[in-house]
Design a protein around this ligand. Structure first.
Ligand code: COA
Length: 257
């Protein structure tokens, strides 16, 4: 699949996927969503790739939302399809990925852009980033998981404050809310993203995937997170990663996963 609105490169074992539609502040149109599905599926199937960074082109925006012009004339049935296709093809794919996906928020992360970051496992942001869910200004509500994932991350009170006021918050406030993991200066944003994912890449990939599944299960009302944790924990014992991790520890050497 050729990508027209994404830039893709690898550094060490990390794949960088950059949404490249700077003139529209990287707003998510249908082409970008389809390309993200393709690029993520490919990265997740590639055993050389141990982590993925999502970011936006330029210094102004990560993603300023779903493309408003594209859905301006939609009716309820089209809106339903827009949201459910997006969930299935991109947002849930990220949420359930067995490799860590980190959002490097290089500017505005609004609406679908913040929801994209929320679906990721980790988020870091530059100091001048602005984060928000402005959908109610358009007569909409967040439709790519924002009402659920923001609430899970920052709690009901803060989520409702952000969703109902539609106000943007600074990166500093987002850090205080636990909405981002770190705030780092623009020139070192991608370096920091690489460092975090390289640290994770040095750990057991099997255990990393199992940990994501167990944490996600606790947020899924149809699952018992504790049961899933026991199951995932026990399955680790039969793996080559477990044999390597434990023998490396006992031999006082670094594991090689
Ligand atoms: N969908 C479609 N186009 C968008 C967009 C979006 N979500 N966000 C920005 N753009 C486009 C603008 O229409 C403009 O295009 P143009 O140059 O052809 O007119 C271009 O990107 C630059 O944006 P502009 O609004 O001129 O930049 P700004 O610095 O004045 O304002 C924002 C920046 C982020 C505050 C403003 O673009 C904005 O409010 N965007 C929409 C955010 C939103 O509501 N997102 C949720 C969607 S559900």
């Amino acid at each position: 699949m050729a990508f027209h609105q994404l830039l893709i490169r690898d550094e060490q074992s990390v794949r960088f996927i950059t949404i490249n539609r700077e003139e529209k502040l990287n707003a998510l149109n249908q082409t970008i969503l389809a390309e993200l599905h393709g690029a993520l599926t490919k990265a997740l199937a590639d055993s050389q790739v141990r982590g993925i960074v999502l970011t936006g082109a330029g210094e102004k925006a990560f993603v300023a939302g779903a493309d408003i012009a594209e859905f301006a004339a939609f009716d309820a049935a089209q809106g339903q399809r827009l949201a459910s296709d997006g969930h299935r093809n991109v947002f849930d794919l990220i949420h359930h990925a067995g490799k860590p996906i980190l959002a490097a928020i290089n500017g505005y992360a609004l609406g679908g852009g913040l929801e994209l970051a929320l679906a990721c496992h980790l988020r870091i942001a530059v100091p001048n980033a602005r984060l928000g869910l402005p959908e109610v200004t358009l007569g909409l509500i967040p439709g790519y998981g924002g009402t659920q994932r923001l609430t899970q991350l920052v709690g009901r009170g803060r989520a409702l404050e952000l969703i109902l006021t539609a106000d943007m918050i600074t990166a500093e406030r987002a850090l205080e809310y636990g909405l981002v993991n770190a705030v780092v200066d623009q020139p070192v944003l991608l370096q920091k993203a690489l460092e975090i994912l390289q640290t994770i890449a040095s750990r057991s990939p099997n255990a990393v995937a199992a940990a994501i599944r167990a944490v996600n299960a606790g947020l899924d009302p149809s699952k018992n997170g504790f049961e899933v944790e026991i199951e995932e924990f026990s399955k680790c014992f039969g793996t080559a990663d477990f044999a390597e991790g434990v023998s490396a520890f006992l031999a006082k050497r670094k594991p090689n996963f």
